[in-house]
Design a protein around this ligand. Sequence first.
Ligand code: DSN
Length: 482
Amino acid sequence: MHRPNGNPVNKDRWQSHQEMMVEPLEINDSEVFSIIKKEKHKQMNGLELIASENFTSRAVLEALGSCLTNKYSKGFPGQRYYKGLEYNDELETLCQRRALEVFGLDSEKWGVNVRPYSGSPANFAVYTAVVEPHGRIMGLDLPDGGHLSHGFMTGGKKISATSIFFETMPYKVNPETGYIDYDKLQETARLFHPKLIIAGTTCYSRNLDYARLKQIAQENGAYLMGDMAHIGGLVAAGVVPSPFDHCDIVTTTTHKSLRGCRGGLIFYRKGEQSVDTNGKKTLYNLEFLINQAVFPGLQGGPHNNAIAGVAVALKQALTPEFKAYQLQVLANCKALSSSLMDLGYTIVTGGSDNHLILMDLRNKEMDGVRAEKVLQACAISCNKNTCLGVTGALLPSGLRFGSPALSSRGLVEEDFKKVAHFIHRGIELTLEVQRSLHPQASLKEFVQALAQGGKFQQRVSEVRAEVEAFAGRFPMPGLPEL
Ligand code: DSN
């Protein structure tokens, strides 16, 4: 056996190469195996309350770990650049069909692209499809509960690529009520004349008024794009209002409440867009523009194994069991919200219509950063969040909690009341740590007090042990070992 340059290939090496290719992960790469085992242990023994996270099923993980990752499938089903893609065609078409069925969409009126790698690439593909370079986009501001990919600027600096390559104008929540200020949005849109308005959130606990947003978009000749990344699963189950009733385009991630693996979907309207007073029809041209934007505009080959995982998740989303799950997500979120309010906490807007709540800590003499650190040390995973658009020198003053992940492990309302008590203990501990330090103590000093050898190590360990004992009682979806 010879290499082209004449150097012989060592036969033993070649033999061991073949063996390496079929070794299980545990043998082949014990370092990565051990990291995964540690992560699995952490997920099983902690309380996962990050609103955008979930535990996907075993079937989805099996599809994700399949041979489908080996193939390139540039092009579209039936029109590929490489040959041998008959099964990828079958898979992509199946995934598309299921995606439309899950959201109750007529294939004459809606199409879907299942190839985006995730939510941000899906959103960016839409912008490049329907908004010209430096064209105008309006989305909910990040500190008010929007997403980075909807545009973000701070201190005069353009942070998000959406704000760099397009002109973005944020809309806001009313700082008193926490609800989106639609009147103000309408007023701004009349001045800004956006080409696209985004109806989507990452930290907003109330249903969106899609009809109002559509009216504002129409008034300005703008497209309305729903970004239902957070609530995709709730929409699929029909337990929250659907963006499809009013939007021209809808994007979603597939791994949050929809509970698949990581991916993105773009739904676009087809057929008649409008009819003028003379009866002349205008047709949507979104199918061509969006498909071209995804490929060849922004992406190469899609992740076929992820498309398979998404297809499996969509099949699950069609079941009555999935609807039961989503109803439990809502009930659990309400239980968490009311328990925390009973314990004296302020929940923005006084509750939730969906899977998440935002706790406002401004009346608790602490910030979200420190509280998040203590909760994490106690095996409670949530995230600090800006509250009601407050930014600047102040640290994020809120904490965001979501119910999808723990609901997937089978927790119900009574369990979420216990979760609220664990959160309460973590926040009480945050106050204790803070009070034990001098008033100007830095974050570093705060963290040191919590760490091994710090004066609060024992207290943290006690709460953590109780949280872990509680969390460990609930089964973990997914592959048994990994
Ligand atoms: N990172 C997601 C979230 O936490 O909401 C959004 O991309």
